[in-house]
Every structure is written in structure tokens, then in C-alpha cells.
Design a protein. Structure first.
Length: 442
């Protein structure tokens, strides 16, 4: 008779010793044997199964379907509705095919999302089901394509050791569950950090100018970018030009205040590009300090991009060309008396070292011999004669000094005017601008 549901076969007809066997019954037995042989799977591969082939579950160490010469390699049932491959006794559960779906709002990732790829077309929060429920090896890819996606694990569980992570718009991440926590491949973080990084001293654009509507108190800043002054610089980009007010304390946005603290005053105002790394907002700040402005809450990145002057209760008119700043010309010294080498104050920004742009005029009466000299503050004296007039009749000289000397942080250079003979009738020095490296030397 055919096999029962367990695969057991029994004899149709039995016979007693020393009795005559009925040929029909004998033939029936042989027919049944032939039928069962026909229903068996030929080892030489002549025929295949005509019904499902049930296997035991097996394990990674003892697969259900294996090989005679390699019994710990093969296939086994890894879990309900899952199959695994055993290689040398090590199990590798097989993934289902990748499942793609687009999401436009918040979503909770489930166990059935294993090996899914979800593209978020808007800012959203991706909540993760408990790690124990998802199980070790559960994995999922999130693509942020329309807004930042915040990944929020269940309860106190963590992802990359944090309570949540944000995948910025334009990036993707692979999320893997360990059974107790979640981890990402961190590639998104690496790329994100690379895009934020900048070469030390990098500065492009960000040109300053007097505002046409309120030149007394306001300046305009063009678009541009700069590296922060940190040990590991971060890129700060001003995507839209701003107008900022020196007569009001700082507030974010155009036509808002830029003063870091206190009240407006004459002197040097140092202009900083600042950034809040959490929100990504970039703005402008003014400070009397060249290195340590009082930063608004949340803003931790900064870079000085220039310095301006306020004299007689108004911002001095200026024009910027890269590192070159031209100001309204002003007489620094006008005195026909001799002057021994000493520090002379120039009307350029203080708190930083700059290279003044200077114009000098020296007129000497007949029979005179006068020499004017200057020197960088660090050299200790006026060691460079830039102007000498020797005359048999009244004569003079006008000299333009284009950033030859470097001030100290008190806006001073060494100057001397020496009379070998005669008198001078005009001896003046005027400041018309300066060169500023704008933080590159930090």
C-alpha cells in the first residue's frame, strides 16, 4: 500500500508458511513495491520531485540540506519564515529582497521593514521599534531627500551612542540593530563633516561697505564664505547679503543689530562672521574685541572678516578691495618741527596689526636738508628713510607708502623727522587706508 502521511509503507498481502500463495495477491505485492520505487527520488538524478520536499529545521552546525563531504555547509531554517546558509558551521541568515518605499511624514520602522529602503521626501522623524523586537541583524536604509530626518530609538535605547541622530537633507544612512541598540555606518557623518570642513584661513567674498541709507550706523556685507578660527576649521557660508546695525545689540537677520555687548562707541569695531552649528544659521557680529567677542547663544563658530572705524559718532566712510581698505583720508601729523624716533598713532584699526597706507608731504626751505623715516612697530625705531629733501631753493616731495610697515595692536608705527640743515615749511603724514589679513594669521 502507499506510504502513510509519515512516509511509512506497509505490505498489502501477507502469506502463511506451507500454504499455497494466491498469484493475484503476490502480484499485488510486487505491483505495490514497483509503485513505491517509482515514487522514490532517483539518486542519479533521472527524475525530480513532483511534490514539495519537506526537510527538518537543521542548524548552522547541522544544516537540513547538506553535502556528504561537507556536512556543516548547506541550508537550514534560521527562524520562522526565514532561511539561512551554513558555511563551515557558521550561519548566515538570508535577506529578503530590498523593499523600496517613499515616505512624506513621520514613520515607525517595524520588524517587517528589515532590509527596506525608505526615501523621506520631507523633514520627518523616524521612530525605531524596540531593538529586542527587531532583533539582532535587522537593518534598514534611510534616505533624506527633502528635509532632515531625525532617527529616534525606542525609550532609552541609543543610536551611535546617542539618544537620536539627524540625517541631513541630501544624505543617507544604513541603520543596524544589535538586539539592544542601533548603529549607523557613519558614512553620512563622515561626508557631512567633510563638507563642513575648510582649509585654515579660507575666506571668499564677504565684502564690507557703508550702507547707503544709514551710513552713520550701518554696514552691508556681501555673500561669501570663510573658515572658522577653530583648530579644526568649519566652513561658514553667508548665502544672502546682510545689512547690520552698529547702533543696536545683536539680533539675527538683516536690518538687525550687530553689537555684541554694551553701547555703541567710537573706536575699532571688529566684524565677525558667526555660525550656530546646530541650526546652521550664519550671521554677522561686531565687537570691540578682536579675538573674543561675546557670542550670541548657540553660536560657537566665528571668524573676523574685517575691522571698521567709528570716529566722531559715525562709521568712517571706507571702501574694501579684498584685504585693502581705503578710508576717508585724515591728517595723522602736521608739524614742521623735527621729531625724534618714537611711536606715532595712525587712524587705522586697533587690537590687530595692520599695514597702513600712508601719504607724506615734505617741503623744505632753501638751503634745507630734511629726512623723514618710518619703521614697523616691532623694529623699535624709525629705521627706514622714505623721504629726503635737499634744496638750494624751496622744494618738496610727496611720497605714497602702500602697506610697507606693520603697526602694533595700538595702531602705531615708528616715525622720525630729522633736520640736517634749514627748516621745513610743510611736513605732514596722512592716513588713507590699511591692509588687513582678516584673520588669516591666526
Amino acid at each position: 500500500m502507499p506510504r502513510n502521511g509519515s512516509g511509512t509503507s506497509s505490505v498489502i498481502n501477507t502469506f502463511v508458511i506451507d500454504t499455497i500463495a494466491d498469484p493475484d495477491e503476490v502480484n499485488a505485492n510486487f505491483d505495490d513495491v514497483a509503485d513505491q520505487l517509482t515514487n522514490s527520488l532517483p539518486r542519479d538524478g533521472q527524475a525530480g520531485m513532483n511534490a514539495p520536499l519537506p526537510l527538518q529545521n537543521g542548524t548552522a552546525a547541522l544544516p537540513a540540506l547538506t553535502f556528504t563531504s561537507d556536512t556543516d555547509t548547506g541550508f537550514y531554517r534560521s527562524a520562522a519564515n526565514k532561511i539561512g546558509i551554513a558555511l563551515g558551521g557558521v550561519g548566515y541568515p538570508l535577506d529578503i529582497g530590498v523593499v523600496y518605499a517613499a515616505k512624506s511624514s513621520d514613520y515607525t520602522a517595524l520588524a517587517t521593514d528589515n532590509n527596506a529602503v525608505h526615501r523621506f521626501t520631507a523633514a520627518a522623524t523616524l521612530s525605531l521599534t524596540a531593538a529586542a523586537t527587531l532583533g539582532s541583524g535587522w537593518h534598514y536604509i534611510v534616505i533624506a531627500d527633502g528635509g532632515d530626518v531625525t532617527i529616534d530609538p525606542n525609550g532609552a535605547e541609543t543610536i551611535d551612542g546617542a539618544s537620536s541622530v539627524v540625517i541631513p537633507n541630501g544624505y543617507s544612512a544604513l541603520i543596524v540593530c544589535s538586539g539592544t541598540a542601533f548603529f549607523t555606518n557613519k558614512l553620512w557623518s563622515l561626508i557631512n563633516n567633510l563638507t563642513k570642513a575648510a582649509a585654515k584661513g579660507h575666506l571668499y567674498g564677504l565684502t564690507l561697505s557703508n550702507n547707503a541709507t544709514d551710513a552713520t550706523n550701518d554696514i552691508d556685507i556681501t555673500t561669501g564664505e570663510a573658515a572658522s578660527d577653530d583648530a579644526t576649521p568649519q566652513l561658514m557660508t553667508l548665502a544672502s547679503g546682510l545689512t547690520k546695525r552698529l547702533d543696536a545689540n545683536w539680533a539675527a537677520g538683516t536690518n538687525q543689530g550687530m553689537l555684541d555687548t554694551g553701547s555703541i562707541a567710537n573706536g575699532t569695531q571688529h566684524i565677525f562672521l558667526i555660525k550656530n552649528p546646530t541650526t546652521g544659521v550664519v550671521d554677522i557680529l561686531a565687537s570691540l574685541s578682536a579675538t573674543s567677542p561675546t557670542m550670541p547663544s548657540g553660536y560657537t563658530l566665528k571668524r573676523r572678516i574685517g575691522s571698521i572705524l567709528r570716529e566722531s559718532a559715525a562709521i568712517v566712510a571706507f571702501e574694501q578691495f579684498g584685504d585693502k581698505f581705503l578710508r576717508t583720508p585724515i591728517i595723522t601729523r602736521s608739524n614742521t618741527a623735527a621729531f625724534a624716533s618714537a611711536l606715532l598713532d595712525f587712524q587705522v584699526p586697533g587690537g590687530i596689526k595692520v599695514r597702513p597706507i600712508i601719504r607724506g608731504q615734505l617741503v623744505v626751505a632753501a638751503g634745507g636738508n630734511w629726512t623723514n623715516a618710518m619703521g614697523s612697530a616691532a623694529f623699535g625705531s624709525a629705521n627706514d628713510a622714505y623721504q629726503n629733501v635737499v634744496s638750494t631753493a624751496t622744494s618738496g616731495d610727496i611720497t605714497h607708502i602702500d602697506g610697507t610697515y606693520t603697526t602694533n595692536t595700538a595702531s602705531q608705527l615708528y616715525f622720525s623727522s630729522t633736520a640736517t640743515a634749514g627748516t621745513s615749511t610743510i611736513n605732514l603724514v596722512a592716513t588713507i587706508g590699511w591692509y588687513d589679513d582678516r584673520g588669516r594669521s591666526l
